[in-house]
Design a protein around this ligand. Sequence first.
Ligand code: SAM
Ligand code: SF4
Length: 476
Amino acid sequence: MKFYPEHYKIPDERQKPFIDALEIETFLNEAVSTKEEVLRIIAKSLDKNRLSMPEVAVLLNTEDPELVELIKQGAKELKKKVYGNRIVLFAPLYVGNLCSNNCKYCGFKSSNAAAVRKTLSDTELVNNVKALEQNGQKRLILVYGEHKTYSPEFIASNVKTVYGVKTGNGEIRRVNINAAPLEVEGFRTVKESGIGTYQVFQETYHPEAYKAYHPSGRKADYHYRLTSLDRAQEAGLDDVGIGVLFGLYDWRFEVMGLVRHTNHLEACYNVGPHTISFPRLTDAADFKVDPQYRVNDNDFTKIIAILRLAVPYTGMILTAREPKHIRTEVLQYGCSQIDAGTKLEMGAYSDKKEKVTQNLNKEQFLINDERSLAEVIDELLDTDFLPSFCTACYRKGRTGEHFMEFSVPGFIKRFCTPNAILTLSEYIMDYAGMETASKGWKVIEKNIVQLIDPTLEEEVRQRIGKIKAGERDLYF
Ligand code: SAM
Ligand code: SF4
């Protein structure tokens, strides 16, 4: 490994900026991809070791199709070995699109006068949650523009409202948040309302590019955003999600930024991010982004495989911004969560009117996968995945669970698979059509047999019996 001058290194200090563009560029410029090195790095990851920044740079600089294929195969193997076949499902719920920022890529930007601005009232929020529950959703992420209306108290009140909505057997058991960075006190208020993960995407880790895309408003301050999840940690909110909006700057730099952010959180707080998101730019109203950094499908799938190998124990979220064929491919490389039945127009879940086209003046950006939750579940079952609505770890206080999944022997077989089976059983009983139910029970049986431990198998079968008899929310 090369020696890097000391001044490139920014020490990891709590609530202090930690990205050094020169350091990242140096790693990228110096990394040489050879077959021997790529194989060594993949083997290191499969051996459950985190990769270093120079090692990630080698994978990012790999262009030989044969070696790229090895990277993808490595990610597939890691996914199988570590995570099994569960895919956790969730839905985004846009609560309000008032925004005082001017992000050049986003339809909610304050300068977009054509945007139809709306914030859901409590009644509208409840009606939307009811509609989501009636489809079988159990996990939501509430999404907000950045505006003084969306104070920590406002968000906390929304969270409590959502948890209070019950529709038949339906209930939301985990509420995550994607909203603007807060002060420590604000994060504390939101945490106390019982949220799961708080997500803040840096959008681009490159300081100069960041400045160009965020000309005004609170979000113009790169460092305030960069250190937001440090403040969350200081508030005791240790379940945080990071992300990059791919298409704003060189994707190699951005992947290095995500890895550096992960290192920083681990170094300072002893816990890495719970999830990594990698939205790719899609069209939005008043879209002002130079296409030079758009990421093509080949590079996008490679990015996901590299991220899987680089941070093997972090959850990876793929959204409906991506079309079905890309979603299907990258699920194999280790994405662990996807949204389904997604609607971005405010209030649309409870809107009975059949919508024909997406409306850019009402939505933040366009999505490319408009399938219903039922359709997505059907496809997951057809392709041997195990759809899961599990919310057990966070409710049992098992934080850092992805680390546990990765490092505690038998954790997935003992907890994750049984909980996926039980939540899928509930879904089948309450929401599935006959065909899906029949496929679903077959997939469940196949997964029960693979649990291997006869006592656990018996316990799972007993609980399924209880679910069939009407009990709900049984988990390990
Ligand atoms: N307003 C808050 C913020 O900016 O952090 C909350 C999140 S914003 C509503 C959700 C995310 O959508 C942003 O962080 C950004 O990554 C993503 N986004 C914005 N415009 C997009 C576009 N045109 N295509 C894809 N994703 C986009
Ligand atoms: Fe506002 Fe967030 Fe859109 Fe930026 S990305 S304009 S902050 S909603």
